[in-house]
Design a protein around this ligand. Structure first.
Ligand code: UTP
Length: 265
């Protein structure tokens, strides 16, 4: 059973500057809650009972957001909907732990910062820039993990010219989606397929051994794709073509479109 998840939140959000300078994008609204709560709800809905949030000193407001605030609770005690939303944060707070990443050395490094807290063989990893609407994609990954007892990655077909924006996978067997290659932001010429990695993963905790040895890759950061590619020689990875609608909350235009999509009646 997968009971733990990691959500890395310590990135700088440079694509959305200056809006992300003082206010983390993960706390921006999407529907009637923050982007982060959308992702947390997806986690808890699968039965996950502990989520590790990787934050930085610059993103302490995320910790504050989940802190119990008795003054506010008193203030809205006669407004049931508002009180309920505050109490819900307290409930979430009992299931989350925070770890700090000292410097933004990359997604791979952020995941490595949570190493000591991961207990079971597999854990879920979710990136809040990627919202998958309509169907719980984490549940779909967990179903494949149950069948294969292996690591699983959410994948989605992208147009050729976009492969350079993503981690791209190649397949051993395109029927059962067994992966044999992963490349971070390849050129069109060197891309093993048009299937891009989207921010939902189930990883064997042996990933920490590979991350520990991983040198900086593209953009001078420790890339999780490079560590997973090294792990591929020893462990099985499967792709999961999720059914929900992918929404990109990592750019301003993507965020605006996601906001409209979630608010559609
Ligand atoms: P991105 O590479 O998309 O970076 O991170 P970012 O900071 O979110 O945004 P841009 O690209 O600068 O606009 C993917 C995920 O990994 C986390 C981010 O918070 C995001 O959830 N991350 C990235 C870290 O936690 N630490 C890092 O050093 C880098």
């Amino acid at each position: 059973m997968i009971k733990q998840a990691i959500i890395p939140l310590a990135g700088l959000g440079t694509r959305m500057l200056p809006l992300t300078k003082a206010f983390p994008k993960e706390l921006w609204p999407l529907g009637n809650k923050s982007i982060l709560e959308n992702v947390l709800d997806e986690c808890f809905d699968t039965g996950i009972n502990e989520v590790i949030l990787v934050i930085s000193k610059k993103k302490k407001s995320i910790k504050d957001y989940f802190k119990k605030d008795t003054i506010l609770e008193k203030k809205v005690k006669n407004k049931p909907e508002l009180l309920k939303s505050l109490k819900n944060l307290n409930k979430i707070s009992s299931k989350i732990k925070f770890v700090y990443q000292d410097k933004p050395k990359g997604l791979g490094h952020a995941v490595l910062c949570a190493k000591k807290l991961i207990k079971s063989k597999h854990f879920l990893l979710l990136l809040p820039d990627d919202i998958i609407n309509g169907k719980n994609s984490s549940k779909e990954l967990i179903a494949i993990n149950k069948k294969t007892n292996s690591s699983v990655i959410a994948i989605r077909k992208v147009i050729k010219k976009d492969v350079k924006r993503y981690g791209i996978v190649g397949f051993d067997n395109s029927k059962n989606l067994k992966i044999n290659k992963m490349v971070e932001k390849p050129s069109v010429k060197n891309s093993p397929s048009q299937f891009a990695i989207i921010g939902r993963y189930i990883l064997n905790k042996s990933i920490f051994n590979y991350l520990g040895k991983q040198k900086s890759g593209k953009l001078g950061e420790i890339q999780i794709t490079d560590a997973m590619n090294a792990m591929l020689f020893h462990e099985n990875f499967y792709g999961c073509k999720f059914k929900g609608k992918y929404l990109d909350c990592g750019t301003i235009n993507g965020y605006i479109n996601s906001f409209k999509e979630i608010n559609k009646k």
